[in-house]
Design a protein around this ligand. Structure first.
Ligand code: 9Z3
Length: 333
């Protein structure tokens, strides 16, 4: 597949009806923080204090945000993301020696657990009863479970993996800001890997229905506001010295390249990883401000089917580039 050459101005927000977007600070003034915000602050602080000097740390965001339609939420708008990219990347970053803060959508895939939370197979399909009536892992899964359990315990108990969960767009944004402000002190040693699929539209809570929307009134028409772009304040104000990698997802190949380049130009961060919905598991393109051409990372479908994860190559490449930045910053001092 080739990437489109549409003019960037055509590629931006093609379906936005109006451009009256509130600014990010106003967003925080008008929305409720999540109940785990204080816990996340304290846990992140303790996690960072525990790290040795020069430890590279990555914040991975993973899974999709929900957008409630009612304040007492019965219904919400969701998206497709399962958290495969994020959870698999977390495993790779840990293997490369990073400390990982994993900001993930509740019930989406988690590192080391992801093989056992397939929605088509429940936990019980990995277990059996021994002749003595004891519960045990089926022999064909034993090595894999043992390996994953060992790594999971090693990283969590060793203070290298911190998991923080969100559900709604608002939870996500509050938590992202909180953790970013704490990570900022690490400067270039901190990487942001923003793989979560974040909603572009929401209903502000002060105009949202308080109670369950009733069906007696006939058809439902929804009007949603545009979510303010948080990459701007993240790059400029919250964590200006850090290494920031964002993702761009499209379904129209003509838009992907131009929108990735536009994001780099607009926000001025280090890398945009562009991916298409249908090929995201075996093809990604890295865009940087330094080059007009994208750097393609791909694996074959056969490799994918045989269990190879593209995140292995992707994380290796990012880690290399991140290290370069860390080294260059040291030389500049
Ligand atoms: C991505 O593009 C991720 O790679 C995927 C991973 C969400 C496609 P899965 O979780 O999928 O493995 O199933 N994430 C970013 C998506 C996003 O919301 N990007 C925004 C945009 O495209 C910019 S922050 O405008």
């Amino acid at each position: 597949m080739s990437l489109g050459k549409t003019h960037p101005s055509e590629a931006v927000s093609p379906c936005a009806e109006s451009r009256s977007v509130i600014d990010p600070d106003t967003y925080f003034d008008h929305n409720q923080p999540p109940s785990n915000l204080e816990w996340a602050h304290t846990a992140t602080q303790a996690f960072l204090q525990h790290q040795p000097a020069n430890q590279r740390v990555v914040l991975i965001t993973s899974g999709g945000t929900t957008v409630p339609l009612e304040n007492n939420t019965v219904r919400f708008v969701d998206n497709f993301s399962q958290g495969t990219r994020g959870s698999c990347s977390a495993e790779q970053f840990l293997a490369m020696g990073y400390a990982v803060i994993f900001l993930y959508r509740e019930k989406s895939l988690q590192p080391f657990n992801r093989h056992y939370s397939d929605s088509t197979k429940g936990l019980l399909s990995y277990l059996e009863l021994s002749p003595e009536g004891e519960v045990r892992v089926k022999p064909e899964w034993a090595d894999r479970v043992k390996g994953d359990l060992r790594l999971y315990q090693q990283y969590v108990e060793g203070g290298k993996l911190l998991m923080i969960n969100f559900t709604t767009l608002s939870d996500y944004l509050f938590l992202l800001r909180e953790v970013s402000l704490l990570l900022a002190h690490l400067g270039p040693l901190a990487m942001f890997y923003l793989a979560a699929a974040v909603s572009d539209f929401f209903i502000p809570s002060h105009i949202m229905s308080e109670h369950k929307i009733q069906s007696g009134n006939g058809d439902l028409t929804l009007r949603m506001n545009q979510v303010p772009k948080f990459l701007g304040p993240l790059v400029k104000n919250w964590a200006p010295e850090c290494f920031i990698v964002s993702f761009k997802l499209e379904t129209d190949p003509l838009l992907l390249g131009p929108k990735a380049k536009y994001a780099l130009k607009k926000y001025g961060h280090q890398i945009v990883i562009a991916n298409m919905l249908n090929t995201r598991k075996f093809q990604v393109w890295l865009f940087t401000r330094e080059s007009d051409d994208a750097f393609l990372i791909q694996i074959t479908k056969e490799q994918l089917d045989a269990g190879r994860d593209i995140e292995q190559d992707l994380v290796e490449e990012l880690s290399k580039r991140h290290l370069q930045l860390v080294e260059n910053t040291k030389l500049d001092v």
